[in-house]
Ligand binder design. Structure first.
Ligand code: TPP
Length: 196
């Protein structure tokens, strides 16, 4: 077993804190652990948790942010998903949606498939990539104080913003969102459109 990363940050605490302050933000949750972290807070109709589509959480967030410029869009995802969709950072940096923020829960592992080391355990610097792609404000978070400082980037700073949080690689109980993709899509649309 490879050495664990040295972080005291617990992903479910971070997600609970962020979602507790989300207001009416729309949330796209990347597959696996990130979706379970969001479901652990609440089974919320304004969340769209992914069950697959690895690499696409940020792109779905971009589409939603462009379609709904009046709403804050939060993408909560893992480093493996973000690494698979690396090009999406370039597209977001070019489009520059002011209402889009990304939280990457970087455990340097592929959690769902057995905690294999991911690219961020090696050379990949997601914060550096986001910066070089044109994200206005990017934060690499390794401790509680940096996390607290970074919350406004996620919740209110003009986007696109990205917070890469180095979290402890934990194997947590799986708290699953509803499994039916059509149901999740319809529920999300009804919750969003029903407000208008
Ligand atoms: C295209 C594709 N390749 C591989 C998988 C298998 N898979 C599911 S989750 C996952 C790892 C996700 O890792 P990460 O986003 O870092 O999440 P975490 O470590 O936080 O669980 C992998 C490889 C998949 N679902 N789709």
């Amino acid at each position: 077993m490879a050495e664990l990363i040295d972080s005291g940050l617990l992903r479910r605490d971070l997600v609970a804190e962020l979602l507790g302050r989300r207001g009416n933000s729309l949330v796209i949750a990347g597959l696996g652990s990130a979706a379970w972290d969001c479901a652990a807070v609440k089974n919320n109709p304004l969340d769209f948790p992914l069950w697959g589509a690895m690499g696409n959480a940020a792109m779905i967030g971009l589409g939603l942010a462009l379609a709904r410029p009046e709403r804050r869009v939060l993408v909560v995802t893992g480093d493996g998903d973000m690494a698979m969709g690396l090009g999406s950072l370039a597209t977001i940096g070019s489009q520059r949606p002011e209402n889009l923020a990304l939280l990457v829960l970087d455990n340097e592992r592929h959690g769902e498939t057995g905690m294999q080391k991911s690219h961020t355990a090696g050379a990949l610097d997601l914060a550096g990539v986001a910066k070089s792609c044109g994200f206005g404000r990017v934060s690499l978070v390794r401790d509680e104080a940096a996390w607290v400082d970074s919350l406004p980037l996620l919740l209110e700073a003009p986007g696109p913003t990205a917070v890469i949080a180095k979290v402890r690689p934990e194997n947590l109980p799986r708290i699953l969102p509803p499994r039916d993709g059509v149901y999740l899509k319809d529920r999300f649309r009804a919750a969003l459109l029903g407000e208008e």
